[in-house]
Design a protein around this ligand. Structure first.
Ligand code: FES
Length: 158
């Protein structure tokens, strides 16, 4: 029996679509749940979602590429988002970024399989800058020593 690669289903994505009634107006929520479950949005998952919701693959790719939070590749083990908006810049965000690039041996907004450093613009924590988010937990008044400690604590938890 011959199986065409572009017909392979993603059962997890299929179940999540079913849980949402295969409704196209729930596409964003479905994409979030599939990414949460699998860590990223694979080609197979996007094909399955397009099929289940009866929308084109081009439409899904347009949505996924528009929103920065959707990942098309397996992500890093840890994600550190550093706020680059004005209030955080005024209290040292740029220095924190430079130090973090050195400590974590990566560049801001580049792919990494260990620690990914990502830009973000205002985490709603402006009075306590520089603000960072490590694996979706918010921290304020962060310098490089504190960021290393936070990163290590998160690594121990996972
Ligand atoms: S400016 Fe950084 S949290 Fe608002």
């Amino acid at each position: 029996m011959v199986t065409l690669l572009n017909t392979i289903e993603d059962p997890k994505a299929r179940n999540i679509c079913r849980d949402h009634g295969d409704r196209p107006d729930e596409l964003l929520e479905i994409l979030h749940k599939v990414q949460e479950a699998k860590g990223f949005l694979s080609d197979g998952a996007l094909r399955t979602i397009a099929d289940a919701l009866n929308i084109s693959r081009a439409e899904i790719h347009g949505v996924v590429s528009f929103y920065h939070d959707y990942k098309r590749k397996k992500g890093a083990k840890q994600t550190i988002k550093i706020c680059r908006a004005e209030a955080c810049q005024a209290v040292g965000a740029n220095a924190l970024i430079s130090n973090a690039e050195e400590v974590f041996r990566t560049k801001l907004d580049e792919d990494s399989i260990t620690v990914a450093l990502e830009s973000t613009y205002c985490l709603g924590n402006c009075a306590l800058g520089p603000a960072v988010m490590v694996d979706n937990e918010l921290y304020g008044r962060v310098d490089i020593e504190r960021l290393k400690a936070i990163s290590n604590a998160h690594k121990e938890k996972s």
